[in-house]
Unconditional design. Structure first.
Length: 352
């Protein structure tokens, strides 16, 4: 089309600021109050507003170029690779990564956001890339959700997707030992052990499992060893099996106590005498308690009397007739080496 251009002759005597004003480098055109500013082309002609390179056209403070770009822009389009439906099936406990993808016809960046539904627990959506990644939860479920792809102009497209998770049987590999029964739980399993065994997998033989009073193990801290009627300056925390010295009691009524820290199943005990001396215990009794107040006698084959060492360094171990539930275990010397005092080094056996 032919364009009509208006040619203004600038005559100094006729120029008025309200009509046409040149204020270098700006050119202002205005009308009188209540007047209209009309740009009109001839029949078939165009009115052209042509900004310079890098410039734009403003109408009432609105950037006309950006406004037109926004009007003309198209919403994002989901790619063929992003099928609206299942993004895949994954086994629980396994790491996985899948992506949704949309393209902006104008070539601008896309932002992704979850607008409805739920992603599988333990997974996240990368808002910049559309990647969904994480570790599949231990469930058997299908997660359905909607993701919105939005361009820089605020135009968007929604996509509906799903992810299938297949539960993993935690007991399929039979993790429980020694005849234990496995129960499948969320992300884990539990073992119900037969009598005499313990541990997470029933791998522990309770009657030989040391709680760690032993000097070479020392799981039980010094603060959990105490005594009553201790002789001279001997310490309760030296009363550990295989320690370099030992605990020595003052005589009748004295005892050495082990605090296991919590109520546990106790299967038996072992003792030595005080090292390198005549301070060793020939017989003793064992009492136990859950609260530290009420104590009961533990039984060994033949009664409540336990035989101790016939020499100071010999280790003598006894299993209880019936395992007991206890937190506190006390050793009471009854008979000790003639001319000496009751010396003890001890260990406790069982399963937490």
């Amino acid at each position: 089309m032919a364009a009509m251009y208006a040619i203004f002759l600038i005559l100094p005597a006729l120029v008025k600021a309200s009509f046409f004003q040149v204020d270098y480098p700006n050119v202002n055109i205005s009308s009188e109050p209540n007047g209209d500013l009309i740009f009109e082309a001839g029949q078939g002609g165009d009115v052209i507003l042509k900004p310079g390179a890098g410039g734009t056209v403003y109408i009432a403070g609105v950037d006309l170029r950006k406004f037109i770009q926004k009007v003309k822009s198209l919403p994002p389009i989901w790619t063929k690779q992003s099928v609206h439906g299942s993004l895949g099936t994954f086994n629980s406990g396994k790491s996985f990564s899948v992506s949704v993808e949309a393209k902006d016809p104008d070539g601008q960046r896309i932002v992704y956001e979850l607008v409805s539904g739920h992603l599988p627990p333990g997974t996240t959506l990368n808002n910049a890339t559309g990647e969904i990644s994480g570790t599949a939860p231990d469930v058997d479920a299908t997660y359905q959700f909607e993701i919105r792809a939005t361009d820089v102009h605020g135009k968007y497209a929604d996509g509906s997707f799903s992810i299938n998770i297949r539960e993993q049987d935690q007991c399929v590999n039979q993790p429980c030992e020694h005849g234990g029964t496995c129960t499948d739980n969320l992300n884990q399993f539990t073992c119900r052990c037969v009598h005499g065994y313990g541990g997470n997998r029933c791998e522990t033989i309770c009657s030989t499992n040391s709680y760690g009073v032993d000097q070479s193990v020392k799981h039980i801290p010094d603060a959990q060893l105490s005594a009553h009627l201790t002789y001279n300056t001997y310490n309760a925390h030296d009363g550990r099996l295989h320690s370099r010295t030992g605990w020595v009691g003052n005589g009748t009524g004295s005892f050495l106590q082990v605090d296991l820290g919590n109520v546990s199943t106790v299967y038996g005990v072992a003792t030595q005498g005080y090292r390198s001396s005549s301070y060793y215990t020939l017989t003793y009794t064992v009492t136990y308690s859950q609260d530290g107040n009420t104590f009961r006698d533990a039984a060994v084959s033949g009664g409540n009397t336990f035989s101790g060492s016939s020499s100071y360094d010999m280790v003598i171990k006894h299993d209880f007739v019936t395992p007991v539930q206890a937190r506190f275990v006390r050793f009471y010397p009854k008979v000790w080496h003639t001319g000496g005092l009751p010396g003890l080094r001890v260990e406790v056996y069982g399963c937490p």
